[in-house]
Design a protein around this ligand. Structure first.
Ligand code: MIC
Ligand code: SF4
Length: 644
């Protein structure tokens, strides 16, 4: 039996386990990336593990999220990351160099290699044929130290792309169509591989738009073949030598297949407040809009912004619209500046932002009250923009630019002849904003600088014999990490200060939660399906840990968040019978007797709801390794113990 592309890469990197769907496998990790909002914790954890130098082929620390410096906190964190990176062998991408995923694709990504990043959109690297996955900071720390990265062997989905996109329809519309078909839960436990004749019509940055937003499917990752198009891209980046061909075998077996005829797609939008709430622009109709934001790791490539510039050239942004544009990388920004396209954007009235995540993570540009904002980003979760009642629609750069000019939702196909932008034969290559780490022999000369914002990792403890705790919070389906641990300009600077950031935990759903949980001392959270979808931020597990949450009992989990709970030593439980969710209420007294012994022996676990006088059967579903992590009180304790 032949292999899929992902299976081939997995096979080459397998350190433990077998490629059997649903079982635990350990992978050798070639490259890692971190960003600043998750990086501070990841490097504190790396220091705690105690390995002096990274053991990966390449590890890069990016500064792209917390770039709004309204106090000392972010600047202190950047300095910490810069010094810790220099000491331990990590390349440092300075603030201003761009968004981690865009820069990594341009400058470091290599087909056939494995990459994990402390950011859920790390699968962007799948656009260049990497097996690239989002992970919690602690998993990245372990991988930097040479440890394996563990995942559950995923199922394989093949998405056949037929034909070719019509003019004005773009890669964003392809992934919106996949989201419409599969939903935000549809990719859980799966790797999505793109195939078919349509693949060769898409450039690497376009493929990366698609794999980037595969994160919104809940997929483990998404991947494209590495072909002549990949080779051309790498050549234009001056890196042709790292190219290798990657394709699936003729007789590779997929668990699921989806076929999309590219020629039939129309411009689309994901409507509030979920990336899978997809409609065509035509269906939405010419509704008035207030804001347009172009950028983010999904759509801020040279091609994207050149198309936008061509649409805006010589025109003026509608008086009712604020248009903000953040180029994805210094390479993109610099090229636009040199070829005049930046002048076209400025001339039309765009508000140019630095190349960073910016509005995508609520770092500025929050829309007006109830404002309708069209964004080329990947997430439109409630409140993420920083405006609680903001109405965020996710669209392609073409739809965004066309609508910015008219002030209403506008199908770009009404603009007339399509703009033809080709990838340059040579990108502008200047890596002067990437700082090389110091030689190992000199590492003792580097002092790691820590500001007062950096507080130690929260206290962990081995799993208790029994858990006796109240249900401190009950939430519904599709709870995102933006609900659990909101981001934005005010809260993100607290990412290296767990006691302070915990005060914002779940406040989107219930402003009293942090206080209540602290007063209870120990508690359990109850939730619905796809709990923890979205970000890789381990703060969504560390803040509950700090607040005394011992277990989370839900209908189902999103992959990275479940791993983060385990890494934090919080017991992840699922209802055996989903209807039992309705029988528990917030405030109920819950007892899990002999939980330590049951987890140790893999015996069935029962949650007693003392308030209701009922017993509820739950699953814990741990592998030998994750069981030991839970028993130890989290991955840090487990790793320290295993290194002894
Ligand atoms: C996001 O898009 O939500 C983020 C901010 O990039 C996160 C990481 C974080 O919370 O720091 C992600 O996607 O993992
Ligand atoms: Fe940054 Fe947004 Fe991409 Fe997250 S999704 S890495 S916040 S640009």
């Amino acid at each position: 039996m032949g292999y899929t592309i992902a299976q081939k890469i997995i096979k080459e990197h397998l350190l433990s386990g077998e490629m059997k769907v649903g079982t635990d496998i350990g992978l050798k990790i070639d490259q890692t990336l971190t960003q600043d909002a998750t990086g501070t914790m990841a490097y504190l954890e790396f220091e705690a593990i105690g390995v002096p130098r990274v053991k990966t082929e390449k590890s890069v620390a990016y500064i792209d999220h917390n770039t709004l410096q309204t106090g000392f906190e972010n600047a202190d964190d950047h300095r910490f990351i810069q010094t810790v990176a220099k000491k331990h062998g990590i390349w440092f991408s300075r603030p201003g160099n761009g968004i981690c995923h865009q820069v990594h694709l341009e400058r470091f990504g290599i087909p056939g290699k494995t990459l994990i990043g402390s950011d859920s959109h790390t699968p962007t690297g799948g656009g260049i044929g990497m097996l690239a996955m989002g992970a919690g900071g602690l998993d990245v720390a372990v991988a930097m130290g040479g440890g394996a990265y563990y995942i559950t062997m995923p199922k394989m989905v093949r998405v056949n792309l037929l034909g070719k996109l019509s003019p004005w329809v773009s890669a964003k519309d392809i992934i919106l169509e996949v989201l419409r078909i599969m939903s935000v839960k549809g990719g859980v436990g799966k790797i999505i591989e793109y195939a078919g004749e349509g693949v060769k019509t898409l450039t690497v940055p376009e493929r990366a738009t698609i794999t980037n937003m595969g994160a919104e499917l809940g997929a483990t990752t998404s991947i494209f073949p590495s072909d002549d198009v990949t080779r051309e891209f790498l050549k234009a980046q001056g890196r042709e030598e790292v190219w290798k061909e990657l394709k699936s075998d003729e007789d590779a077996v997929y668990d699921e297949e989806i076929t999309i005829d590219l020629s039939k797609l129309a411009p689309m939008a994901a409507c509030p407040h979920s990336p899978d709430n997809v409609k065509t622009i035509e269906e939405i109709g010419p509704q008035k809009i207030d804001q347009v934001c172009i950028g983010s790791c999904t759509n801020s490539s040279y091609l994207d912004l050149m198309r936008v510039a061509a649409i805006l050239k010589g025109k003026t942004v509608h008086p009712g619209v604020s248009l903000a544009i953040a180029p994805g990388s210094k390479q993109v920004y610099n090229m636009l500046a040199l070829n005049g396209a930046l002048g076209d954007l400025i001339g039309a009235g765009a508000r140019i932002l630095e190349c960073a995540c910016g509005p995508c993570i609520g770092m500025g540009q929050s829309p007006n009250s109830a404002g309708i904002s069209l964004r080329t980003f990947n997430r439109n979760f409630l409140g993420r923009s920083g405006t609680k009642d903001g109405q965020i629609y996710l669209v392609s750069p073409e739809t965004a630019a066309a609508s910015a000019l008219t002030g209403v939702f506008t199908d770009p196909r009404t603009l007339g002849d399509a703009v033809e932008i080709k990838l340059p034969e040579k990108f502008l290559i200047n890596d002067n904003m990437v700082v090389e780490p110091i030689k190992e022999s000199k590492m003792d000369e580097v002092e790691v600088l820590r500001g007062p914002n950096i507080k130690p990792f929260p206290k962990t403890s081995p799993l208790d014999g029994s858990i006796d705790a109240s249900c401190s919070l009950k939430v519904g389906d599709n709870i995102t990490t933006d609900h659990i641990m909101p981001a934005g300009a005010k809260i993100l600077p607290l990412r290296s200060n767990i006691p302070a950031i915990s005060q914002h935990c779940f406040t989107v759903c219930d402003k009293d939660f942090p206080q209540r949980a602290l007063e209870l001392g120990k508690s359990v959270i109850v939730g619905g399906s796809n709990y923890g979808q979205g970000s890789s931020r381990e703060h969504a597990a560390l803040a509950p840990l700090y607040l005394g949450v011992k277990a989370v009992l839900v209908k189902s989990f999103a992959r990275i968040h479940r791993a983060n709970l385990i890494n934090a030593g919080i017991l992840p439980l699922t209802f055996v019978n989903a209807d039992d969710y309705d029988r528990i209420d917030q405030g109920d007294e819950l007892v899990i007797e002999n939980v330590r012994a049951k987890v140790t022996n893999g015996e069935p676990i029962v949650v007693k709801d003392v308030t209701k006088g009922i017993e509820i059967a739950v699953d814990c579903d741990l592998t030998e390794r994750t069981r030991d992590i839970i028993l130890a009180g989290g991955l840090l304790d487990y790793t320290r113990e295993s290194n002894k």
